[in-house]
Design a protein around this ligand. Structure first.
Ligand code: UD1
Length: 430
């Protein structure tokens, strides 16, 4: 089992390049099989979830040609089966996007019930409601969801909870339904817009993505395109908080600063200097951070995927902060680990009360999920002494070259898999 070993205490300083957005890539890769033409996708993040989805689509017959680490050609003309039977696919939440894509194109899809990060109960009832509204029937058999329709017909769909996944899934199926679909109370996240732009570049007719009403006019076929995925706002935000927690000075490149507004505002509130340029942000933290309150909300609110990272920064701030999680109920699992590093945090319901402390000290901790894992790495970088983070498979699902990028900023971090390597690292860092 691989682990990260970290010697904390170095302020992160330098420049880091952000990759393509994982959550946009997952939607876009699924949508890419909706045409029989070849699609080229650039700025793909080289992360586990993306690689698993690429394998899954090739297993059902799509031709996947990874022409470089960040680009792929996909051709979905030879898809022989609409049933995805690939063990790993269960492990990624976004396997559900194959439902919308296959249902839209072939009017039938069979996909194992999704897994993904254990951050609370993650139902997909809204996705299924959407498919039903488009005329499909859905049922569960042998651990898979089967959705099928003689014909998909556009409809008026109101989502009673804002859901990124349901919005994207319904958008995909409706793109190839007959007539007009309106999705109300749609999610507005940048990756919803990116998937809509991608589908439009293949000939779909989607208007209003990025607002809470999306209008889709179904088309009969989609065609070839070349598309570059937007930068990952969560990867960028993670490095911004790493700069803050280590009192560093980091230039984060290849970002869309507008997508980072909620993060930037909070960083400024806690005393960091944040400078924005066209596709770059710079975060400078000099003294001790200040306390603040934050509540996670759908975009443009503060992202739930950035909650553990701000939690770590606030654990080191001056004063008491309240962090309220309003999207997923199980996203404070990193707190127990942080407490082992000396943090003073109490979780009451969906709020963490964080009493800031002067310093954290290194400990052996375990990554409970993707973003919480990244946050524990930040904690290790800011802490005094050595931290070992177990279960880093979670982190690899969503961060490309994480330790290389951190080392580029002066971090002492190594990926290890044996006691011998741990000892070697300890000897080297002294
Ligand atoms: C996506 C992101 C995830 C992010 C989340 C919220 C991907 C692959 N994952 O997850 O990183 O944390 O958005 O920004 O893009 N819900 C229902 N019924 C449904 C669907 C959702 O009740 O059918 C609820 C969920 O339990 C949750 C809320 O709606 O409380 C938002 O979930 P949703 O936006 O759908 O998250 P995901 O698409 O799973």
């Amino acid at each position: 089992m691989e682990q990260y070993i970290i010697k904390g205490g170095n302020p992160l300083v330098g420049e880091v390049e952000i990759g393509g957005a994982k959550n946009a890539a997952l939607g876009i890769l699924a949508a890419a099989i909706m045409t029989d033409d070849t699609v080229r996708i650039d700025n793909l993040p080289d992360v586990q979830d993306v690689n698993v989805l690429l394998e899954a689509i090739s297993k059902i017959g799509a031709k996947v040609d990874r022409i470089s680490r960040t680009s792929a050609l996909i051709n979905g003309s030879n898809i022989g089966q609409v049933s995805v039977d690939y063990e790993y696919i269960k492990k990624i939440r976004a396997s559900y996007y194959l439902l919308g894509a296959l249902l839209g194109k072939y009017k039938k899809a069979e996909v194992p019930l999704p897994g993904g990060c254990n951050i609370g109960s993650r139902p997909i009832d809204l996705h299924l409601k959407g498919f039903k509204a488009l005329g499909a029937t859905t049922r569960i058999a042998n651990g898979s969801i089967i959705a099928e329709a003689a014909q998909l017909r556009g409809n008026h769909i109101y989502l009673d909870t804002v859901s990124v996944g349901a919005t994207i899934n319904i958008m995909m199926a409706a793109s190839m339904a007959e007539g007009r679909t309106v999705i109300e109370n749609a999610a507005k996240e940048p990756h919803v817009v990116d998937v809509a732009n991608f589908l439009n570049s293949m000939g779909a007719n989607i208007k209003g993505a990025g607002t809470d009403v999306i209008r889709i006019r179904g088309v009969e076929r989609l065609h070839a395109t070349e598309y570059s995925i937007i930068p990952d706002q969560i990867e960028a935000g993670t490095f911004m908080f790493a700069a803050a927690a280590t009192r560093g000075d980091v230039i984060v490149k290849n970002v869309i600063p507008k997508h980072l507004e909620a993060t930037s505002v909070k960083l400024m509130e806690i005393g960091c200097q944040v400078e924005e340029f066209d596709d770059v942000v710079r975060v400078v933290a000099t003294g001790r951070l200040n306390n603040t309150n934050v509540k996670t909300l759908p975009y443009p609110g503060y992202p739930t995927d950035m909650q553990p990272q701000i939690g770590v920064a606030l654990a080191l701030a001056n004063g008491t902060s309240l962090v309220t999680e309003s999207i997923f109920e199980n996203r404070f699992k990193y707190v127990d680990e942080l407490v082992r590093m000396g943090a003073n945090i109490k979780v009451e319901g969906n709020t963490a009360v964080i009493y800031g402390c002067e310093k954290l000290t290194g400990a052996r901790v375990s990554a409970p999920d993707l973003r919480a894992g990244a946050a524990l790495v930040i904690a290790g970088l800011a802490a005094e002494g050595i931290t070992i983070v177990d279960d880093i498979v979670y982190i690899q699902r969503g961060y490309e070259c994480f330790e290389e990028k951190l080392r580029g900023l002066g971090a002492e971090i190594e990926r290890v898999s044996s006691e011998k390597e741990i000892q070697k690292f300890k000897l080297r860092v002294g």
